[in-house]
Design a protein around this ligand. Structure first.
Ligand code: SAH
Length: 501
């Protein structure tokens, strides 16, 4: 199994930088042992003008069978023999994809300490896979790679035997990709699509494969026209996992797509509460409630998780007590709007130092989110499919563990008070659920208990005697935070002082 990655360059920007980006020196041939054989990395050419890295995987077919995971597809009449005489050693497949991930792990992640800006920018790339088993043939290979930004996607069928063209084509193709792409993006595409084309994943597909797929598919899979086929085949036709992946990707697509205006999340129904002459939008009530709760908790370093277009980040910036504000959202589009709203590019250095916007999904744990005073999830949980909620719960309450967590969500009971909202409709098309007060408290109570937090509930907007407030907020306090104890001790101290006096 063999694949080459090449690039071109100049004296100023030498092609050999590829070695830095792949974290493999062009002057050395290196061998790595993987679970199915040896992977060799070497450079057939390495000059300032042209540099090509080759990955060769030498699979041990016997070991593969011994591991009980080989799927012989050689078509030999004797099934036992077919286990040993199979095409695994020669054809690019899921094994090559695993080797790719193992050998080029950092490159796949897009990390390059030596040349961060090179890793971030597109390079002229040429990738060749001489023997790619392709179930679905030339046409499918085209359909998979053509939408991914390559200038040239060249797929040719490999004849069964060149000497005997009459025998027709084999099930292999030769694939050549050329274009300007970020190296990490190109590697991620291969990592997913090689096994998809092979459609014979050699290893057990475990539930964490969904996360691997979502990670490797970031930025290109959500709106790929062949997405259903890709997820289905990548997850070895395991229906439950495929559905999980599809739902998550659909969410990403929605968040990215132009027809979901994140602002409309607030405005999907006219959420104005019209008690006064000039109605106060519910979004403003929410921000006030959130700011009050953050101040009461004494928070200064705050995460706004699912920050959308940055309205809360903007409000936080106005109060100097909030010294560090991090907005996280899965939607690049929302973040772009947020950064424009905040005028990040024109902000003075001291202001700019206080704020960070970051793309990320809240269903993955992220070490960088640990150690904050507080996290806000304002109108976010209802955008996740219920089965994804435990992942968010773990990432926030289990891993990041801020001292205070504020969660707001619509109170579905209040919907009857909105005349503009047809009965039984959610407030926004992208809401996956809307909870009653009891349902919200049930969820929040369990979360608090599982992760060592206490929780109290705050109504947001006019609290209707029958159906409650339009928005409900849960204020979680980590049980070991000192704030509450300090307050009690101070109160006690004052009481004692008063008593003494
Ligand atoms: N917090 C803002 C925006 C709420 S809209 C407000 O109160 O107005 C919900 C936001 O959550 C959207 O911007 C959406 O992109 C984001 N979101 C949804 N699922 C997410 C996920 N898994 N990870 C990160 N952000 C997500």
């Amino acid at each position: 199994m063999f694949l080459t990655i090449g690039t071109t360059g100049t004296q100023e920007r030498p092609a050999t930088d590829l070695g830095f980006l792949l974290h493999k020196h062009p002057d050395k041939a290196q061998t790595f042992s993987t679970s199915h054989g040896s992977a060799h990395v070497f450079y057939p050419e390495a000059s300032a003008e042209r540099c090509t890295a080759a990955l060769l995987l030498e699979v041990d077919p016997v070991a593969l069978v011994r591991r009980g995971k080989g799927k012989g597809r050689g078509g030999a009449p004797d099934a036992a023999l077919a286990q040993y005489v199979n095409d695994r050693p020669y054809a690019a497949s899921s094994l090559l994809s695993v080797a790719l991930a193992a050998v080029f792990k950092s490159a796949l992640g897009g990390a390059c300490r030596a040349m961060p800006e090179r890793a971030e920018s597109p390079l002229p790339l040429r990738i060749e896979v001489p023997a790619l088993p392709a179930r679905g043939g030339v046409e499918l290979v085209h359909k998979l790679f053509a939408p991914l930004g390559w200038e040239r996607v060249d797929v040719t069928a490999v004849p069964l035997d060149e000497q005997f063209p009459a025998w027709g084509d084999s099930r292999y193709v030769r694939l050549v990709l050329e274009g300007e792409l970020r190296l990490a993006d190109a590697l991620r595409q291969l990592y997913v699509l090689l096994p998809v084309l092979d459609d014979a994943k050699h290893y057990w597909v475990a539930p964490d494969e969904v996360d691997k797929l979502l990670r490797a598919g970031e930025g290109w899979l959500a709106d790929h026209p062949e997405r259903p086929l890709i997820t289905r085949r990548y997850l070895s036709h395991r229906w439950g996992l495929t559905r999980q992946a599809d739902q998550a990707l659909e969410l990403v697509r929605l968040a990215e797509s132009d027809d979901l205006d994140v602002d409309s999340v607030d405005n999907a129904v006219d959420e104005s509460t019209d008690t006064e002459e000039k109605p106060v939008p519910l979004a403003e009530h929410r921000r006030t409630a959130i700011l009050d709760a953050l101040r009461a908790a004494g928070a200064s370093r705050v995460l706004d998780l699912g920050c959308g277009q940055g309205q809360l980040v903007q409000a936080l910036l106005k109060d100097v007590r909030f010294t560090e504000i991090v907005g996280v959202d899965v939607s690049m589009r929302a973040l772009t709007i947020a950064s424009r709203r905040l005028k990040l590019d024109r902000m003075g250095e001291r202001q700019a130092d206080r704020v960070t916007l970051r793309q990320g999904s809240l269903t993955y744990t992220d070490k960088r989110l640990a150690g904050y005073d507080a996290a806000v999830l304002s109108e976010v949980v209802e955008h996740l499919d219920l089965p994804r909620l435990p992942a968010l719960e773990y990432a926030v309450f289990g891993a990041a563990r801020p001292g205070t967590v504020l969660v707001t969500t619509p109170n579905v009971e209040y919907n009857v008070r909105w005349e503009t909202l047809p009965a039984g409709h959610a407030r926004h098309g992208d809401h996956r659920f809307e909870w009653t007060r009891a349902e919200f408290r049930d969820w929040a109570g369990q979360v608090a208990e599982r992760h060592g937090y206490t929780v109290r509930y705050v109504p947001v907007g006019p609290d209707d005697p029958e159906v409650g407030p339009p928005t409900q907020m849960a204020v979680f306090t980590r049980a070991d935070t000192t704030t509450t104890t300090t307050t009690t001790t101070t109160t006690e101290k004052k009481k004692k002082e008063a008593e003494a006096a």
